[in-house]
Write a protein of this length. Structure first.
Length: 295
């Protein structure tokens, strides 16, 4: 089977570039750690919902999902302990939510196992697998960035925590790959369904990932382009309804507008001059300026 890897932000900026910048700013660094904590915590809820939907079958998958929840809960605990020790916020992270955007783009028609159990399994496992891959990419890049940063006591503690989490997240990716391969090997039809699901949820994950980072001018139109990319992974007859349900909110993007306001407010409180000299030009020039900074 083809292997889908997370793409760079706007096909230009990699996770290492992003994390090196985040680690340099303590406020952003702590917000990033809190996002990890929130994602690990939320995974427990979402995976529990999957177990309840499956209602005991297949039992092997129920067992694996239970172990997965245990791992995610432990990761959330480690990150919560770390953040509390550092005096950081452990509330809902500010800004656009990667999880909420992924949920919004997720195809609800494939969430009912009573209609088609194998279709549900394929779509669910493909969705879990692609988000775990992004997590591994970010944790790995975060460790790399911390190794390049000043070796303060705080950075060392953060690095040690992420280094405990990464191997288990990599194990989740391998677990998902095994389950998807088993389903694909049942028949040529199953293989086709698995490949289609991997393309679809890779596009959804990429759109959710970029929505959480891109607040510059024109982000709404880039979200629409990503939405069209997701729709293009679907059968033609499914595309119109999918687009009609999601296009209005994608264009209006209320979460994006609120994130812009909050970002400007925080930047103004910290350093009004830096806001005018750095943020405003980047916002107006969009991703082009960010690309040039990393070229």
């Amino acid at each position: 089977m083809a292997v889908a890897y997370p793409r760079k932000f706007q096909n230009a900026i990699g996770a290492r570039d992003i994390l090196i910048q985040f680690v340099r700013d303590r406020e952003i660094h702590l917000i990033t750690l809190n996002r990890y904590r929130y994602s690990e915590q939320r995974s427990c809820k979402d995976l529990t919902e999957v177990i309840e939907q499956l209602d005991g079958q297949p039992s092997e998958l129920i067992r694996d999902l239970s172990h997965h929840i245990s791992d995610e809960a432990r990761h959330a605990m480690w990150l919560t302990d770390l953040l509390v020790e550092l005096g950081a916020n452990v509330g809902t992270p500010p800004g656009s939510s990667y999880i909420s955007e992924f949920e919004r783009l997720y195809d609800r028609e494939q969430r009912d196992p009573s209609k088609d159990l194998e279709e549900f399994l394929i779509s669910t496992l493909a969705a879990i697998n692609v988000t775990e891959k992004r997590g591994c990419e970010y944790f790995s890049a975060h460790i790399h960035a911390l190794k390049q940063a000043p070796q303060t006591e705080e950075n060392t503690k953060i690095c040690e925590t992420i280094e405990k989490i990464l191997p288990e997240e990599a194990g989740h990716v391998r677990w998902g790959n095994r389950w998807l391969a088993q389903l694909a090997n049942k028949s040529p039809e199953h293989r086709q369904k698995v490949e289609q699901a991997k393309r679809k949820y890779a596009a959804i994950e990429q759109a959710a990932f970029e929505a959480g980072l891109d607040i510059t001018l024109g982000a709404e139109l880039r979200r629409v382009a990503n939405l069209l990319e997701v729709a293009n992974t679907m059968p033609i007859w499914q595309r119109p309804q999918y687009l009609m349900e999601r296009l209005p909110q994608t264009l209006l993007a209320p979460d994006l507008q609120m994130t812009r306001i909050n970002t400007i407010q925080r930047a103004w409180k910290r350093d009004p001059q830096a806001l005018m000299e750095n943020f405003v030009p980047i916002f107006l020039n969009g991703i082009k300026r960010v690309k040039n900074k990393h070229s």
